[in-house]
Design a protein around this ligand. Sequence first.
Ligand code: ARG
Length: 273
Amino acid sequence: MKLKKVLLGMVAAAAVVALTACGSDKKASPDKYLDKIKDKGTLTVAMNPEFAPFEFQMIKDGKNTIVGSDVDMANAIGKALGVKVKFQSMDFNNVLASVESGKADIAISGISATPERKKAYDFSTPYYTANNVMIVKKSDLTKLDKLTAFKGKKVAAQKGTVQETVVTDQIKSAELVSLTKNGQMINELKNGTVNGVVFEEPIAKAYVASNSDLAIVDAIKFDSSKSDSYAIAMPKNAGKLKTEIDKVITQLKNEGKIDQFVKTNFELSQKAK
Ligand code: ARG
């Protein structure tokens, strides 16, 4: 009789332990995002690969492949976590939302960690800082040499990016044209449908290097105090996932690897043309 009671008690205690363990696992555990990635064995990364040198597509061994410095960084993170990395290609204005919906684990896409975005997402430690520049047709360089020359002109920026705000806030007299695809912005600039395009400098440099009819307007300077550094976006309260990602980024930065990734991928983007 006594033994039976003791045994029953033990079973009940075990059940309580199991329940608590299970409960803490499912709820707001700081490990849940990292655990999910490790359980799947795959880190799914949302990105918009038309942003050389950070992410772009090229034919590699006869196959269309996503490459770039953000890809190299993602692969370093995958290696540190001991998981495979899968890239999910989409328009930039869907990149952040796919992290919120859980379609992707994280987003890496030269994303500026703005105070607004920080309200909805966790961001890693910053990994790159870039200023905005204006590109125009070379033949317009002498005419469109200052911001005031854009009065009544059309200036394009990629949909969902901070460059839209750069145009509306800093070139008030111009008309913003928001386009989803960067390639389309470049084509419209070449055929004169728009008069200028705002990009961050590394991207502008990559486009100008492969389009000899385009140029950066050196005299035009945007307010750089308003540009936020690039960081990796994660779900809010990413906990240990953020800790692990920050560790990898800090190490890559300390070793000068990020700048090296940007440099080699810039060269690669020029060869890929
Ligand atoms: N840094 C800008 C932003 O976060 C532009 C990013 C665009 N990235 C891309 N892969 N198209 O709004």
